[in-house]
Write a protein that binds this ligand. Sequence first.
Ligand SMILES: Cc1cc2nc3c(=O)[nH]c(=O)nc-3n(C[C@H](O)[C@H](O)[C@H](O)COP(=O)(O)OP(=O)(O)OC[C@H]3O[C@@H](n4cnc5c(N)ncnc54)[C@H](O)[C@@H]3O)c2cc1C
Length: 165
Amino acid sequence: MIPVSQTEFRQAMAHLPAGVNIITTQGSAGRCGITASAVCSVTDSPPTILVCVNRSSASHPIFERNGRLCVNVLSSEQEELAKHFAGMTQVPMEERFGWDIWEDAGADQPALRDAIVKLQGRICDFKEVGSHSVIFVQLDRIAVREDGGSLVYFNRHFHGVQRAG
Ligand SMILES: Cc1cc2nc3c(=O)[nH]c(=O)nc-3n(C[C@H](O)[C@H](O)[C@H](O)COP(=O)(O)OP(=O)(O)OC[C@H]3O[C@@H](n4cnc5c(N)ncnc54)[C@H](O)[C@@H]3O)c2cc1C
């Protein structure tokens, strides 16, 4: 059987519509945030999600050492933020955390005020698969906004999806 090529795989994954998130962390190893679409529910008992992070990212060891993170699920209004936290605009990390977009500074993990959903928790497991780490997170704080659309990445472009009703 001919193995699937990296190009074929990436082309296929580009057609998998995915919600867009900014994953943040702060703690003794520092503060950072990255845009990530590889976020998925694992189980509701105990409430656990997974996030896949490239091990070559400068943020990877910061997530690992802090041991806690927040998944900020972006709204359809937050495409520019997705680009900043994907490193597409060359805005330095600390400048991003200086913007008036965050919940109060006393929060345990950096949470975006206008995110659709905020999922905060403790890293409970790590699994290395190829270039990425699959990070399992047991949640201890959830906040959900009942209004606003969602931001989706599909075919290498951002799209706003509005809720029905
Ligand atoms: C729609 C979309 C979905 C994505 N999904 C995923 C995903 O699921 N998983 C994934 O791993 N990636 C994903 N990415 C890519 C990810 O967002 C970027 O790789 C990540 O933001 C790192 O950016 P970088 O390539 O600029 O990398 P880096 O090499 O990590 O950093 C770039 C620059 O920022 C500086 N920097 C980084 N961290 C800090 C810090 N803490 N303090 C100070 N300076 C710092 C570095 O010095 C460097 O100069 C996605 C991107 C997009 C657009």
